[in-house]
Design a binder for this molecule. Sequence first.
Ligand code: ACO
Length: 431
Amino acid sequence: MSNKIYKLSDPSGKTSAPPLREGTLGPATLDIATLYRDLEIFTFDPGFVATASCESKITFIDGEKGVLLYRGYPVEQLAEKSSFLEVAYLILYGELPTNIQFEAFSNSIKRHSMVNEAVLRFFTGFHYDAHPMAMLTAVVGSLSAFYHDSTDIHNPKHREVFAHRIISKMPTLAAAVYKHGTGQPFVYPKNELGYCDNFLNMLFSVPAEPYHVDPVSAEALDLLFILHADHEQNASTSTVRLAGSSGTNPYAAIAAGIATLWGPAHGGANEAVLNMLKEIGDVKNIDKAIAKAKDKNAGFRLMGFGHRVYKNYDPRAKIIRATCHKVLQKLGRADDPQLELALRLEEIALKDEYFIEKKLYPNVDFYSGIIYRALGIPVHMMTVLFAIARTVGWVAHWQEMIADPHMKIGRPRQLYTGTAKRDYMEIGKRI
Ligand code: ACO
């Protein structure tokens, strides 16, 4: 708690002195919980532009400096030295694991990789061209109809089993979503494979011939998963917290997060970036696209650009941009015209007064789609891959919230501007 005092008073002389709370890093936060009691006023902040919705110890972002820390560790160090499963452990448990802890964790994640056959039968209800995110939202929500042995959210052991189950089953379900769309048979998980190798095998192998996971692809996927694992109180994570705050089944809360991630202003941007690059088509059309993005009446934004928190280069985008060339080279796709187009688009946008003034930089989704495409992931599956990685963050935030003895149901207030009280009029008397 800071000793700075902010005093608010109303014309009648009533006062409120909301305490200022200091975090470990980042701006201090005015704790306005007693404001309504003291002054009978609410605060108004649509879109949570300046409102902290909770206290958290998981992830820190400094948007002005372009800093991202998971449990205090810079994402650049984790991207270079760690693995997705190790980062998952760190985000969930707060510390990097010892060898013994990591072995136990990865064994547990492997053990939970199969899904009940009845869940797989749900897919027959979807049309072949259903959007993968629609299917993923539905099947993850349907998991709440299973696993009744471990859904007492107030039992820490149950919460842990849930966390391992959902992190383990997401690749299996994501691959099933893809297989349903292609008409190929589902492929069961192989527990001797690593997390990303196993996913690629379920995605691309077919019974007719042997399939060998390309280690370059698995490594690139692992890196992208690290970079997408958590991002503090983003829209989907806040949705998971809000849904979870009612005490709902955790699988249902994660399904709500997946639904939120789908939107093009959030995780759906990786799909939107590739569609946009396809539409731009050629370097010679970039100026036209930039002009359209600046025209408020055009209803078009440069996808993969801009961020609510980052007013500097998104550190994740910086890592992916640097990796893009290397991965594409190794995969024999170095001459990808969309990478050249993206690099040129970025170069031109970053010199443009509009983007400079509004501090619009490439975000994580600007380059991720180019790597995903080089790995053979179809465009409409890209947000599904984001969801696999972000499940770790969603689960960690849900856990943190439920374990807090002071947890309250999330229930925002509103500024009502509708009609004032009036009396019901019989239908025949209305004009
Ligand atoms: N292209 C053109 N103009 C933009 C863009 C863009 N990509 N992003 C923001 N702007 C402009 C807005 O028009 C607005 O201009 P104004 O001040 O003249 O009205 C200003 O920049 C601020 O934009 P807001 O929408 O108010 O910023 P907000 O923080 O609410 O939105 C968002 C952030 C949603 C990410 C936005 O930048 C955007 O739509 N970007 C494109 C979609 C995208 O890439 N989303 C992925 C985000 S990362 C993630 O979720 C994984």
